[in-house]
Design a protein around this ligand. Structure first.
Ligand SMILES: NC(=O)c1ccc[n+]([C@@H]2O[C@H](COP(=O)([O-])OP(=O)(O)OC[C@H]3O[C@@H](n4cnc5c(N)ncnc54)[C@H](O)[C@@H]3O)[C@@H](O)[C@H]2O)c1
Ligand SMILES: [Zn+2]
Length: 395
């Protein structure tokens, strides 16, 4: 027995209009300072005004939100007593909003206690709306919450099926002005979700189609979206179709992997991000091809099948899986992203000094459970070294 959870998803140009009809008294918007400056918070507020809903903005969410920030947000919620919480932004504000909502409803819990095995009993005080402004994490539709423990330099994978949003508003207009690097990083995150969701041990018939469809969209539209971001300078570009399809791809991938699981590339990416502060999408997409090559020798079938569906190789077994890894590296290069950890600009000595921690934390990350081929501790260490150097995995 398994579950498929999803919010009601309102999508396409003008999706924000769904807020005009919202019923309620007070909304707490959880977001970050950049999105206030860019005017995206005002856009959302204008719709809530039409619904006569009062608004308070908590805009202190940093990239890779910390437990401390979530605690501040909970205090604000307890004072303001909203009946709607709105996570507006990339994965960081949306994850923070989920955690703030859970702890506002359940002040008896610690953030680290939000896990899939307890009954939360949410929706007594408020409900949750998620509105993505990046096309990447899929956090608008997943129940996962990723918080950072800044003292331990560790990402914590939390969440419970109950804390999936009530409504996700997937309006491409909000992400259409993303600059090139953010477009590339977040788009590659969506690709990593799609590939890991399709190939991990917890994949299912309910999630395969969403993951394969999302991967196809990313290969087709991410290069166009990044090119559009380059040509737009600081404004919005003209390739609305590419932006819209990427926005949809991220949500589809979120529904796919969120109801299956991510895998090794996420386990490895999480620790690199937590220690070296590299954006999430960049870290996971660097590791993805190495983890595929590692799986290729013992468990290539799903990867080869996906390579076939994407039209990059009709070869079966290891050859097909390796072709998929190369196809992903090509895409990273096409959109100007690195394909090795060295390419991120981390010095070798600094990396090696942290290697024990990287391997330990990745080994214990929840996303490691679903690996198509489970690595030993030493193999994982090797993988981190190969990925540093950009050497295709041959063991
Ligand atoms: N819950 C999940 O299922 C899930 C899945 C994947 C990743 N995550 C988490 O999500 C976080 C990463 O989220 P992200 O990649 O969306 O980035 P982010 O939310 O951290 O935002 C990165 C930067 O982009 C800016 N930004 C956002 N939208 C913009 C726009 N439209 N125009 C210009 N700038 C904009 C933000 O202000 C911020 O400075 C990580 O913490 C990661 O662990 C969660
Ligand atoms: Zn991700």
């Amino acid at each position: 027995m398994w579950y498929f959870v999803s919010p009601e998803v309102v999508f396409g140009e003008g999706a924000l209009d769904a807020l005009d009809e919202l019923e309620g008294q007070r909304a707490l918007i959880v977001t970050d300072g950049t999105l206030v400056e860019l005017g995206l918070v005002d856009k959302v507020k204008a719709h809530l005004d039409k619904a006569s809903i009062e608004v308070h903005v908590f805009d202190r969410v940093e990239p890779d939100p910390s437990v401390q920030t979530v605690r501040q947000g909970v205090e604000v919620a307890q004072e303001y007593e909203p009946d709607w919480i709105i996570g507006l932004g990339g994965g960081s504000p949306m994850d923070a909003a989920k955690a703030i909502w859970v702890l506002y409803e359940r002040p008896d819990l610690e953030p680290a206690e939000i896990n899939p095995f307890i009954r939360l009993g949410l929706r007594r005080k408020a409900r949750l709306i998620t509105i993505p402004t990046t096309s990447g994490t899929g956090a608008e539709v997943t129940w996962a919450i990723v918080l950072t423990d800044t003292e331990e330099q560790r990402k914590m994978g939390l969440g419970n099926r109950e804390n999936v949003a009530d409504i996700a508003i997937v309006d491409p207009g909000l992400a259409a002005g993303m600059p090139p690097q953010l477009t590339a990083d977040t788009g590659l995150d969506a690709l990593t979700h799609a590939v890991e969701g399709y190939t991990c041990a917890w994949r299912s018939d309910m999630t395969d189609g969403l993951c394969a469809g999302a991967a196809r969209l990313v290969f087709e539209y991410l290069p166009r979206a990044v090119a559009d971001a380059h040509s737009a300078g600081s404004g919005q570009g003209s390739d609305k179709r590419a932006r819209e399809r990427m926005h949809n791809a991220a949500t589809c991938a979120g529904l796919g992997f969120g109801n299956a699981m991510a895998s090794m590339a996420h386990a490895m990416g999480h620790v690199l991000g937590a220690v070296f502060h590299v954006p999430h999408g960049r870290t996971v997409s660097i590791f993805l091809p190495y983890t595929i090559e590692f799986a290729a020798r013992e468990a290539p079938a799903r990867f080869a099948e996906l390579a076939g569906l994407l039209g990059c190789s009709q070869a079966e077994g290891e050859r097909g899986a390796r072709a998929l890894a190369e196809h992903i590296r090509d895409l990273c290069q096409k959109v100007g992203n690195p394909t090795s950890v060295a390419g991120v600009g981390i010095e070798r000595e600094v990396y090696e000094a942290q290697l024990d921690k990287l391997v330990d934390d990745a080994f214990n990350d929840t996303q490691m459970i679903t690996a198509a081929r489970a690595p030993s501790y030493d193999e994982l260490r090797q993988l981190f070294l190969y990925a540093y150097e950009g050497r295709p995995v041959d063991f």
